[in-house]
Write a protein that binds this ligand. Sequence first.
Ligand code: CTP
Ligand code: MG
Length: 238
Amino acid sequence: MGGMVNSLFHPRHLALVPAAGSGSRMGSGTPKQYLPLLGEPLLRHTLRALCEAPAIDRVYVVLSVGDQEWDRHDWSGLGPKLRPLFNGGASRADSVLNGLRVIGDEVAADDWVLVHDAARPCLAPWHIEKLVRTLAGCDVGGLLAVPVADTLKRADARGCAVETVPRDSLWQAQTPQMFRYQMLRRALESARDVTDEASAIEAAGLHPRLVAGDPTNLKVTFPLDLHLAEWILQHRES
Ligand code: CTP
Ligand code: MG
């Protein structure tokens, strides 16, 4: 590992974008990463944000093995950082781990990997810059997240509130989630049933840093989210 890497530029920052899901909650025939958003595939907005970030050296996108859509679009405008990988897995965690494994020969153990959901097309330059800057001297790594604003209730089986959960120390996890290549790969290999990278790192006994982002970096999950994403992108300054 790392033989081809110029040590002058260590550590590098590599983005890894899981984009092998089917988008079942969107209820559309087309996987949501390819749905049109302001006239281009949703995924193109996501990848552009990462490819245009000066801090990011390379952008891997993990597509499903049977992806029929990628080749129908022109991605050349996104520049030379972009690398498609056709080896997605059955879950998001599998897709991420498959991606990490296949790039093993071209990364160093301490390179930073920023895992970012394909379904978050409103990632802004300041989100990436703040994450990279805040974690630069960090041993473990961390993630963008937002403090919970609503009052939280625990429900019983009938859907009645039985308890109000204090929200003071609760955060909603977003992506990118940024960890060192080797630490992340080992953590995911030992903790497979996780919904994000940070939980695998936590399961290894480490404490990812929560870096405050904002709610505009939403995940497109339901049809309404596509309209919200469109509004956010249209109303963004610059
Ligand atoms: N993802 C992936 N491989 C999978 C499942 C999900 O790469 N086997 C990716 C999705 O493409 C998405 C990200 O992980 O960019 C976050 O997952 P989610 O929002 O749950 O997307 P889907 O799984 O596609 O949607 P749904 O759960 O509604 O089916
Ligand atoms: Mg899913």
